[in-house]
Design a protein around this ligand. Structure first.
Ligand code: NUP
Length: 213
């Protein structure tokens, strides 16, 4: 199943609720991160939980193990089902995030390579591949890999086997869902849905990529 994950980077609670309400029939999960949480607080998670879509905390945690654990514990205590951390911080920090997620019956996804153009400055040259190996060693649930570079995501897929891949970059960043949906477990779509004048119709356009529907 290729899930559709709504990236809800809006700055107001009412807009967030309205977009989720409209898109709900066509999406599987909701990802929220710094924009909405800094604007409205982590309590937004409880408000959105009414829509019964698992919530992913995209805080791209990149800190020492102790701080990572504190962040992850707070995230899971607020009802999130998954957290995203960075992989470049190394094995102990990634393990702290994975362990805290699993202690709380949640999932941990690790950023291996980002989707924006500048990501190639540091993630290329073997770094993303090393992070993918670390993901396997640390027992993380999956990775974040770019829809904007399907050929790179295919390489990362070959390194992580059947761990999950969630892939941002479809829509506003130019990623083609046709090219990526077949090799990932979820496509992450933000602006192409929440900036649309008709978020329900925009989300519906992606629902054809939900295998089996
Ligand atoms: O590499 C990444 N690229 C990326 O766009 C890792 C991410 N977590 N994201 C997030 O995915 C980004 O922060 C945003 O929340 C979402 C993509 O949104 P959009 O480009 O579809 O609007």
């Amino acid at each position: 199943m290729t899930e559709i994950i709504l990236a809800l980077d809006v700055m107001k609670k009412d807009k967030a609720v309205s977009i989720v309400q409209k898109a709900a029939p066509y999406i599987d999960k909701v990802k929220i991160g710094y924009p909405l949480v800094l604007a409205e607080g982590l309590g937004i998670a409880e408000i959105l939980s009414e829509y019964k879509k698992p919530l992913i905390a995209d805080f791209k945690v990149a800190d020492i193990p102790n701080t990572t654990r504190l962040i992850a514990e707070e995230v899971f205590s607020r009802g999130f089902s998954a957290i995203i951390c960075h992989g470049f911080v190394g094995h102990d920090s990634v393990r702290a995030c994975v362990e805290t997620a699993h202690e709380n019956m949640g999932e941990c996804y690790v950023v291996t390579e980002m989707s924006h153009p500048g990501a190639v400055d540091f993630f290329h040259g073997g770094v993303a591949e090393r992070i993918a190996e670390l993901v396997c060693e640390a027992g993380a649930d999956g990775i974040i890999a770019p829809a904007t570079r399907p050929e790179r995501t295919a390489v990362l897929r070959s390194l992580i086997g059947n761990k999950k891949i969630l892939s941002p970059g479809v829509g506003a960043q130019g990623g083609d869902p046709d090219a990526i949906a077949g090799i990932v477990d979820g496509i992450i779509v933000g602006r192409a849905i929440y900036e649309s004048s008709d978020p329900a119709a925009a989300a519906r356009q992606y629902s054809c990529f939900r295998t089996g529907i």
